[in-house]
Design a protein around this ligand. Structure first.
Ligand SMILES: Cc1ncc(COP(=O)(O)O)c(C=O)c1O
Length: 392
């Protein structure tokens, strides 16, 4: 049940009058979730094909997750990292169990951008260098350091000058990367599948070349798995290319909606960080730690990594089978899917919403599907039915 009983107009008025106008609002108010579905303030049900930007990986109001968080709230919610915590320790062990073997040290924070900030700072201190190389169309967040490695001028221009010197190169272009990584490059920062920029998977050759270029020139490779994590058949999308980065960053789905960020690194990177050189008040608090422990356990024990591939393949096959004059290309892996249209995407988002399905944009002409990984064939059928109505 919703904690408030405001009608839609009051909700809209209060948000419009008391927030800076930062978001293009979709006019409905979401008040409740249950499994794969969301409900608006009028009681209308929507199929959730977005997990609130890739966050609610187990869907909504999961019983086990809710019970664990309620229990933790009654036990201990907050705890600074200058004290040891049993729950934090348990989370670190759970992370170690899914981490690439050489990434043995974990910095916990509260959001994707904060996890990227840590990665940027740690790469600079570990290499003694200050510049970064990132990809065009790449998205890494909106704090100043994270914004400096984000490519899109729409996000950057109003806030320039930004701090770290960053060169943006064409994605999936090995020669372009080879040409710019130099003596002052602290790190190459890449998404294994670009999310916000339009769902563009990196090729295995590109990631392997990035690894080689970084290693041979004394730079680090940072993988941004904030959006890709936990939804492409394995914890990490980069593992499909058999590349191990020096730093791997995740957030979004890690705690199924409880704010969290994670920056994983090698012993060598960790050893370069001075004691007291970085920190956070809220990071790795017992409530966030419990949320992540339960999420990681559910992903493993309910076989949801395999499910993300089975369901993702069924969606991609179904979308490719729709005879639509509007579709240019279907791209993606697992439950991270983009459909590039031959027109702007805004009207399509609205048409899906009218059909009772919530999807996201990814750039001006692509729509994005980031469903919870608990989807079954029934949800695939509902999505494809709506897609055939909207796109045919
Ligand atoms: C790949 C990637 N990196 C970083 C971020 C920033 O994360 P947050 O919004 O939690 O700061 C996002 C958010 O969409 C993202 O998709």
């Amino acid at each position: 049940m919703s904690a408030t009983a405001l009608d839609l107009l009051s909700v809209q008025d209060l948000e419009n009058n008391h927030q800076p106008p930062l978001y293009a609002k979709r006019e409905i108010a979401l008040v409740r979730g249950e499994g794969c579905y969301l409900f608006d303030s009028d009681g209308r049900r929507y199929l959730d094909a977005m997990s609130n930007y890739g966050v609610a990986i187990l869907g909504h109001a999961d019983e086990e997750y809710a019970a664990a968080l309620a229990d933790q709230l009654r036990t201990l919610a907050t705890g600074h990292q200058s004290f040891y915590s049993d729950v934090r320790a348990e989370l670190l062990a759970a992370i170690a169990a899914i981490a690439p073997a050489s990434l043995t040290r974990y910095f916990l924070s509260n959001s994707g951008a904060e996890a990227i900030e840590a990665a940027i700072k740690f790469s600079r201190v570990a290499t003694g260098r200050s510049s970064l190389v990132a990809a065009k169309r790449g998205y890494h967040g909106r704090t100043l350091g994270a914004l400096a490695v984000t490519a899109d001028q729409k996000y950057r221009a109003p806030f320039e000058p930004l701090t770290p010197k960053t060169t943006h190169v064409a994605f999936n272009d090995i020669d372009a990367l080879d040409a710019v990584v130099g003596e002052d490059t602290a790190a190459i920062l890449l998404e294994p599948i670009q999310g916000e920029g339009g769902i563009w998977p990196a090729t295995a050759e590109y990631l392997q070349a990035a690894r080689e270029i970084a290693s041979s020139r004394g730079a680090l490779l940072i993988a941004d798995e904030i959006q890709t994590g936990f939804r492409t058949g394995a914890p990490w999308a980069i593992s499909a290319s058999e590349v191990t980065p020096d730093i791997l960053v995740t957030a979004k789905a890690l705690a199924n909606g409880f704010p969290i960020g994670l920056t994983m690194m090698t012993e060598a990177v960790s050893a370069a960080i001075p004691a007291g050189g970085h920190g956070t008040t809220f990071g790795a608090n017992p409530l966030a730690a419990r949320a992540a422990i339960v999420t990681l356990r559910a992903l493993r024990d309910r076989d949801l990594y395999a499910n993300s591939m089975t369901i993702g393949d069924a969606i991609m096959d179904g979308l490719n089978a729709i005879a639509s004059p509007k579709i240019r290309q279907v791209r993606g892996r697992g439950l991270m899917i983009g459909v590039e249209l031959k027109e702007r995407v805004t009207a399509t988002l609205r048409s899906f919403q009218n059909e009772g399905v919530l999807i996201l944009p990814a750039g001006p002409t692509t729509f994005r599907l980031l469903p919870p990984v608990i989807w079954q064939q029934q949800q695939v059928d509902e999505l494809l039915h709506a897609a055939s109505v909207v796109l045919s």
